[in-house]
Ligand binder design. Structure first.
Ligand code: IMP
Length: 190
């Protein structure tokens, strides 16, 4: 079986490939020659995952799935949420996003946060959603060199390490994307 994973992000592709059964060939957007910007104009995480999956289905006529993730910080009323990639501006700068988050949480007692991933699957005419959530806290400073996005300042509950200090496999055991993916894989195996 061939499935398109609607991403250009090499980090994400590696995380997903490591969990996927070997009899499913994953194709990235680069592999199918999709280099145009897919609109992510919905105002919810679910909505953007659906937009991306439907775009691939409509334009490339292939079974596919797309994910969308948001970091929801309690003391910031769920922000950056659906705006996580562009929190500090349209340039999608991970370091600037972290700086803005730390500045907005300065002197805040409550540093609870959660990552939420939604995967939208388009398979043989069916559309399905799979969700994964990872609860944790926002650290006061960066820890670790691994990963991407907000990994260096997010520490999942029941862990002494930030995502930035974890190898990919360890992160996937805890992570929002790992959980959503395991739900997707369980469904595909049926
Ligand atoms: P996307 O919808 O997966 O592109 O995620 C939106 C933004 O959330 C990304 O640009 C990152 O800043 C952040 N993000 C998504 N997944 C992760 C993760 O696993 N760790 C840290 N940050 C993430």
């Amino acid at each position: 079986m061939k499935l398109v994973f609607a991403t250009h992000n090499k980090n994400k592709l590696q995380e997903v490939q490591a969990l996927f059964p070997k009899d499913i060939t994953l194709l990235s957007l680069d592999d199918i020659g999709c280099f145009e910007e897919i609109p992510e104009t919905a105002d919810t995480i679910d909505g953007n995952a659906i937009l991306k999956a439907n775009f691939v289905k409509e334009h490339y006529h292939m079974d596919c799935f797309a994910d969308d993730t948001g970091l929801e910080v309690k003391a910031l009323n769920g922000e950056p949420g659906v705006h996580s990639a562009r929190y500090a501006g349209t340039h999608k700068d991970n370091e600037a996003n972290i700086d803005k988050l730390l500045a907005n949480l300065e002197n805040r007692e409550n540093r609870e946060a959660r990552f939420k991933t939604v995967i939208a699957l388009n398979l043989e005419g069916h559309e399905l959603l799979f969700t994964g959530v990872c609860e944790g806290t926002i650290l006061k400073e960066r820890k670790g060199e691994h990963g991407f996005g907000y990994d260096a300042v997010f520490q999942p509950n029941n862990s002494e390490k930030s995502f930035g200090e974890m190898e990919m496999e360890e992160k996937s055991k805890h992570s929002h994307r790992g959980k959503a993916l395991r739900n997707l894989i369980e469904y595909l195996a049926k």
